[in-house]
Design a protein around this ligand. Structure first.
Ligand SMILES: NC(=O)C1=CN([C@@H]2O[C@H](COP(=O)(O)OP(=O)(O)OC[C@H]3O[C@@H](n4cnc5c(N)ncnc54)[C@H](O)[C@@H]3O)[C@@H](O)[C@H]2O)[C@@H](O)CC1
Ligand SMILES: Nc1ncnc2c1ncn2[C@@H]1O[C@H](COP(=O)(O)OP(=O)(O)O)[C@@H](O)[C@H]1O
Ligand SMILES: [K+]
Length: 481
């Protein structure tokens, strides 16, 4: 499942055209593929309205209308803003007319059972003028199944801004998803989003991390393995006031399969956590000890931040460990504004949008409307791996690639779920060899646990501590030989 920005889509079209696969041919494939998918959700007796714009999105609508006509569906093809003007759409319109199918520039008498929006696609520029807004308002008032081609008209391809937009039940995106499918507020207009293959090679920098990826990258442990195989992690977390953050992160790390875990925390926090997590060992007064240069032996990766508040000590600890060649997960209290000096081993930061706003100086609204691009830029500039949390968590790598995670739900919108994730990331970085898939799998499994939990109880009642209770069950379903 691939994600393409407008420029990448244009490049793919251009490359195809330069090498003999014309825009006209691509439009034919797009329209036919759309027909084959859409007919699965249509009824032969339905009255279908296709609203076509003047660009290539409208052209897809024309090809789709031709196939629907050909197969006996009742379809009205309407160009509310005039006849097509792009080359490929004009050619397809000529062919459409030549085979004798009807069309109009005004909408007929309703009611329609299905409205298909082929008005604007990736060429959209906002704002929409009044006549577009009026038409979209009318569409949204109709009691019809609403299907958008590529993106709902009124949203952009790459950014999340949207004012008035077509409120789709389904959006069928061509070649791959567009970033706005996962951004706010645009994603509220897509309904069920699906990607439609149009025969172009897939080489997206951004992908959706899927169950298939998890199954491919997480395997059963070898029978000869021992605790050393899965590494020792150092978790620097928790204070007297927030002992639970260290416990939740600790459970995350241990229950996802770390070999050994050392928790650097306060003696009071340790005394509480140890009753629930006797498997871990404890570095009493850990933050102070690490700040003066103590460091336990044999650590394979470290996470710092959950439940921590003392910025001075945290800065000191980070300075001391910066040169160590172990991956470093920086979360919560350790995510103050910092420079991220160059470092040999990977840095993983796990901000929620509020924390990322402080790190970048951008507003939360701006971040949500553009979370892929902003995380990607930050990852590139600072040479860090960014896990930007929230619905559709983004994982951005310094080489410009990235993943979107689609598991999880609002049950996670509760204190402590981020702490659990930090522990899970630490646990998989220690116990798996590939850091890229380790991070993505931790994020995926964290969300999947919440999806599992809401099958049995209301999302309001689920607490962060429940996540790791179902982690073993969820992993059993995914991890095979
Ligand atoms: N590789 C692919 O993915 C393919 C994409 N195709 C389709 O081509 C579409 C892109 O086509 P285009 O580049 O022609 O772009 P659009 O079909 O999105 O239309 C752009 C046209 O609408 C106008 N426009 C933009 N914003 C407007 C606004 N606010 N008010 C009024 N007019 C506005 C522009 O001036 C331009 O003339 C895709 O979304 C997809 O549907 C397919 O035809 C086949 C291949
Ligand atoms: N609506 C939601 N859908 C999916 N995931 C969510 C949602 N709300 C929160 N989450 C996830 O829950 C976690 C919350 O992290 P965070 O805000 O840091 O919590 P805390 O600091 O209290 O532990 C993140 O992994 C985030 O992606
Ligand atoms: K559209």
């Amino acid at each position: 499942m691939f994600i393409y920005r407008e420029v990448e889509i244009r490049k793919a079209d251009e490359t195809a055209a330069q090498n003999g696969l014309s825009g006209n041919a691509l439009m034919e494939t797009a329209g036919r593929s759309l027909f084959l998918r859409i007919k699965e959700i249509l009824n032969k007796n339905s009255r279908i309205l296709i609203l076509s714009g003047r660009g290539n999105n409208g052209g897809d609508g024309i090809v789709l209308a031709r196939y629907l006509n050909q197969w006996g569906y009742k379809v009205d093809l309407v160009f509310p803003f005039g006849e097509p003007k792009s080359d490929s759409a004009s050619e397809h319109f000529r062919y459409y007319k030549s085979v004798g199918y009807s069309w109009s520039t005004s909408i007929g008498d309703g009611p329609y059972d299905v409205i298909i929006d082929a008005l604007l696609g990736v060429g959209t520029r906002l704002p929409l003028n009044q006549s577009y807004q009026d038409l979209l308002k009318w569409c949204n008032q109709q009691h019809a199944l609403k299907i958008a081609i590529d993106i709902p008209t009124g949203v952009l391809a790459d950014r999340g801004e949207a004012d008035i937009a077509f409120h789709a039940d389904y959006t069928f995106s061509l070649h791959g998803f567009k970033p706005s499918t996962f951004l706010l507020p645009s994603n509220t207009y897509f309904g069920q989003a699906e990607s439609i293959d149009i025969g172009l090679p897939q080489d997206a920098k951004w992908k959706i991390w899927s169950e298939k990826n998890v199954k491919r990258t997480m395997k059963k442990r070898g029978s000869n393995s021992h605790k050393g195989t899965f590494g020792t992690g150092l978790l620097v977390a928790g204070t007297d006031e927030m002992p639970g953050s260290a416990m939740l992160a600790g459970l995350g790390a241990m229950k996802i399969g770390i070999g050994k875990l050392v928790i650097a925390t306060t003696p009071y926090a340790a005394s509480i956590i140890a009753t629930r997590l006797p498997e871990a060992t404890y570095l009493h007064d850990g933050l102070n000890k690490l700040a003066v240069g103590t460091f336990p032996d044999g650590i394979r990766a470290m996470a710092i931040g959950p439940g921590l508040t003392d910025e001075k000590l945290i800065d000191q600890v980070l300075e001391n460990v910066w040169e160590k060649e172990i991956p470093l997960v920086i979360d919560a209290g350790a995510l103050g504004k910092r420079e991220f000096a160059p470092r040999k081993a990977p840095i993983i930061i796990t901000p929620h949008p509020g924390e990322f706003s402080r790190l970048t100086g951008l507003s939360v609204k701006e971040i949500e409307a553009n979370r892929l691009e902003i995380s990607s830029q930050f990852a590139l500039q600072k040479n860090v791996i960014v896990v930007l949390k929230g619905a559709n968590t983004v994982i951005a790598f310094p080489n410009g690639t990235g993943f979107i995670n689609r598991t999880g739900n609002a049950a996670l919108a509760k204190g402590g779920s981020g702490d659990t994730l930090t522990g899970m990331i630490l646990g998989l970085i220690c116990s798996e060899s590939d850091i890229t898939s380790a991070i993505a799998n931790a994020v995926y499994l964290h969300g999947l646990c919440a999806d599992e939990l809401v099958k049995e109880q209301n999302e309001r009642s689920i607490v962060a501590g429940d996540i790791t209770n179902v982690l073993g069950r969820v992993m059993n379903r995914l991890i095979t030989d």
